[in-house]
Design a protein around this ligand. Sequence first.
Ligand code: ZN
Length: 283
Amino acid sequence: MKIANIRNQACVVLDGNRAYAISQESKGRFGPGMPEVLADWQSFIAWAADHQATETFSFTEEALGPVSPRPSQIFAIGLNYDEHSRETGLAVDKTFPPVFPKWSSSLAAPFAALALPRDASIDWEVELVAVIGRSGRNITRENALSHIAGYAIGQDFSNRPMQFIGSAPQFGLAKSHAGFSPVGPWIVTADELGDFKGRTIQCEVDGEVRQSGTLDQMIFSVSDIIAILSEIVALEPGDLIFTGTPSGVGYSRKPPLFLASGSEISSSIEGLGTIRQKITSVA
Ligand code: ZN
């Protein structure tokens, strides 16, 4: 099943660009927005599984908003693909991954333009984003996937000079400028996405492939990440976890390559779809 945020209404996407509004079809039991649906996720999924929509509508990609517009937390995992850690020259600790926040004011719609911040060098990182659908602490690896509502595509845009400024790095701020966390186009439930094996994750800039990998190359699986995080923090419905990026980022290239005004970046995961941003100059 695919669930989208269409003009701040939680909607089930049927096929192509047709959807129904969950609040209207459930006569107010679920919704109206994504936060309410995510807060009652298990009941919603059980209801939606055999609901026959009475009224559907068509939508355009511009109508889509972030899949979880008000998460209590956004986590991001660093160095979760071997080849990416090699290209950065940063060593991987295979017992505990680097974790940093992306603050929620950086969330953006999946097809919103990105205005480059002044004096910044902006890099791309396509990532699988796990959306939490059940709260918990001390979640075991065996139970971890039952806490996932589903998956979406995210871009972890990164201001590289700021990220490495000073003696203690500034990952959180450097990845939280306005528009730096587009997520979408919708939540795809785990049963619909299926096995990660061989599923491609890819990022293109102006039609040229910059990053390409497969989801099964992740060092820490989604279950590992949920177990590790929830030993320390409580996870809540709507929380987002960016699970790391494959190789091909711009700052590791010689010479380094960054986003330029006028470019278009598209990020895709097989089975989830594509998100896309037009890059504009400073507002
Ligand atoms: Zn990242």
